[in-house]
Design a binder for this molecule. Structure first.
Ligand SMILES: [Zn+2]
Length: 694
């Protein structure tokens, strides 16, 4: 029998030996009601502890930089010497001046190093989250010359925690399977959280792939802070397989994104010396430069490296519960927290010791970026999406989030055989964020090392479906207004004499249609391109255009008009007022029998759970529910057979790790399709449909 107390550790266990602590500082157990290592720290208690700790300390401030989908706060803690905190804005302003090659000379003072620590991007990785607590306690309570000198030379930026919703799922799981006798057997439920697990956020996005894509509120919150400060070291705390020991960056030398300077890796090796020293003293097993990589720039440890910073990944052997058996004997969550605590300190102290080198590196990084831009044959990337200004501006917004400058195109330019003019935008290569801009548009098809941790390509204008081209001519006089990604369709729909018509290519057209149908308004979809006569002349529509006719509606015309104004404004779409049902296209009138079809509300069902990929299912759920505001019924794989299928119009099958439809359901599903049901499938889901539903 192993008693509970065997794995809980008193606060001293997590702290630095030989350091004396101010005993008046609030201790974690006073708020949590338990020691670290006894049970997971509940997110609300962690928030409460951090706010109280920072509120009483003259070394730290705390702010809420955003909320998760489930409305949990994401806390951002700034730690430094009190005299630095008193002039923090001045330090930040000078730090930014110094890091920019165009303004370096204007920077004043002997500036501190800016060190950033991310805790808990993956909600299932217990110690990666909870290590924030002893680290913050140490920073508030440690006494003596060592910590004071470090704080004088540093501004520490700490996010605790990155992914509160995943953290809460993991906390609930480990707590609900908590037992008096610790469950060491890896087969125990406590170590095997059910689908979707705790790694991801509410909509099952892997937030450690979100540094680039920025579609989630959590990642938007931190990246805004990151660029506000442009830290010089950026550390990310994780857990890996349970039988692994402890890992820290740098990773495999050849597995690196080509735009990361070699010097960045050299400095990572030097910083690694501080981690080695502390882990040697601890007699902890560890490794680096083996496995993991720095290729995909959307990870917390790689993104910094294309942004003038050192990104450091830390991974402890996984410990979902409190303790478990591994190939190397019993491992505890408390020990992982301690290791992450120690490497947090080695990061902080190492960065402070390397302050001058890191200042020089960041300055050199941006200087060499400007030089590389001059050498590049490409002078700018130009792009457009006349069919969908919302999607176009989402991309411009993304560029701004990465601090990449983008401008409206002035005049015409010819690039890759096409002429771009009014309505197109340009990203000039001649800018400080050259490497980031290049990384977003680049199309790399050859790789020196063909082994990847995961993502190997991400040309974003393709992901956004933009018409884009590389331009190699002179950019002089071509830059118009700087663009920030905000977009508002100003035109209000006129009252339609005959019908309202809008195109399908606008990003939020599906959301508009869903709302209209939900309000009981009848709408039709045009199956061929048509030229419609409207109050403002003839307007051409591609196939898929939506028609809301005046005829046969049960909703009063005034209400329909009010709703059309509402959906136009909400969705940034232009709604045209048709004057006639006759189009300029033979056999394609708006009342057409075959050329136009009536639209019916949809009732989609999304299969989740079991062998379904949470990432794929989450993306669909996020798109339909969060973006398009369409109800979608989520049903676990093992409940499919018990459903009344007549309730659903669409079945969505996403990527999976094995068949999700039971064999004895296939005939029923075929009959449902024959009766008019639609299956939307992708990846392995599509493969299954091709093989089984034909
Ligand atoms: Zn992780």
């Amino acid at each position: 029998m192993v008693s509970v107390a065997a794995f809980a550790e008193p606060l001293d266990y997590f702290l630095e030996a030989g350091t004396s602590y101010d005993q008046s500082v609030l201790k974690p157990a006073d708020v949590f009601g338990h020691d670290i290592g006894d049970q997971p720290i509940r997110h609300d208690l962690m928030v409460s502890y951090i706010r109280d700790l920072a509120g009483a300390s003259n070394r730290m401030t705390v702010e809420t930089i955003g909320y998760s989908h489930e409305r949990r706060p994401i806390l951002f803690i700034t730690v430094s010497a009190p005299e630095n905190l008193a002039k923090l804005d001045e330090i930040r302003a000078n730090h930014l001046l110094r890091s920019n090659p165009e303004t370096t000379d204007q920077a004043l003072g002997d500036l501190p190093v800016i060190t950033w620590l991310n805790y808990g991007v993956h909600g299932a990785e217990s110690s990666g989250m909870d290590a924030a607590v002893p680290v913050l306690y140490h920073l508030a309570a440690a006494k003596g010359e060592k910590v004071e000198s470090m704080l004088k030379n540093s501004v520490l930026l700490i996010t605790a925690i990155f992914n509160p919703d995943g953290h809460a799922r993991r906390g609930a799981w480990v707590t609900q399977y908590g037992s008096d006798v610790r469950a060491l057997d890896p087969a125990h439920e406590v170590h095997n959280q059910v689908w979707p697990g705790g790694r991801t956020n509410h909509y099952w996005f892997d937030l450690n792939r979100q540094w680039l894509l920025q579609t989630q509120p959590e990642s938007r919150a931190w990246l805004t802070q990151w660029h506000k400060w442009k830290p010089q070291v950026s550390a990310d705390f994780h857990e890996m397989g349970p039988n692994s020991t402890y890992y820290f960056h740098p990773g495999v030398p050849t597995r690196k994104y080509p735009l990361i300077p070699a010097k960045g890796r050299e400095l990572l090796v030097e910083l690694g010396g501080y981690h080695r020293q502390t882990l040697d003293e601890e007699k902890s097993l560890y490794y680096s430069e083996e496995s993991f990589d720095n290729y995909y720039i959307g990870k917390g440890s790689t993104y910094p490296q294309v942004n003038g910073s050192l990104g450091v990944l830390f991974e402890a052997g996984a410990q979902m519960g409190i303790a478990r058996e591994s190939d190397q004997g019993i491992k505890t969550y408390a020990k992982n927290v301690r290791n992450h605590f120690l490497t947090s300190l080695s990061t902080i102290n190492g960065a402070a010791a390397m302050r001058e080198k890191l200042h020089a590196y960041q300055g050199e990084f941006y200087k060499s970026a400007m030089a590389a831009a001059k050498e590049d044959d490409v002078t700018a990337y130009v792009f457009r999406a006349p069919e969908d200004p919302v999607r176009l501006h989402m991309f411009i917004d993304l560029l701004n989030r990465h601090d990449v400058k983008v401008y409206a195109l002035k005049g015409d330019i010819k690039a890759e055989g096409r002429v771009f003019s009014d309505g197109a935008y340009v990203v000039p290569m001649n800018q400080r964020q050259y490497r980031m801009a290049k990384a977003l548009f680049n199309r790399i098809t050859e790789f020196p090392d063909k082994v990847f941790y995961d993502v190997s390509g991400w040309t974003l204008p393709l992901a956004y479906g933009l018409d884009y081209a590389a331009f190699d001519g002179n950019m002089r006089g071509k830059l118009g207004q700087k663009a920030d990604g905000t977009f508002k369709m100003v035109m209000e729909p006129a009252e339609a004499p005959y019908a309202y018509v809008f195109r399908w290519s606008d990003y939020y057209a599906p959301r508009a249609v869903a709302k209209l149908l939900d309000a009981g308004i009848m709408a039709r979809v045009v199956k061929e391109p048509v030229d419609v006569q409207t109050l403002s002349g003839t307007v051409s529509f591609d196939r898929g255009a939506i028609v809301v006719q005046r005829d046969l509606q049960t909703v009063p015309a005034a209400e329909i008009h009010a709703l059309m104004k509402e959906v136009a404004a909400e969705n940034n779409i232009q709604i045209h007022a048709a004057t006639s049902g006759h189009t300029l296209n033979v056999g394609a009138d708006l009342g057409g029998r075959n050329s136009v079809a009536d639209l019916k509300p949809v009732k989609p069902l999304l299969v989740v759970g079991g062998r379904t990929s949470p990432y794929d299912a989450g993306e669909v759920w996020h798109l339909l529910d969060h973006k398009m505001k369409m109800p979608v019924t989520l049903v676990r794989q093992d409940r499919l057979k018990r459903l009344d299928w007549n309730r659903y119009t669409h079945l969505i099958l996403v990527g999976n790790y094995g068949p999700v439809i039971p064999k004895d359901m296939v005939d029923d599903l075929k009959a449902w399709v024959k009766a008019g049901g639609t299956i939307i499938a992708h990846r392995q889901g599509a493969e299954w449909v091709a093989k089984n539903i034909t």
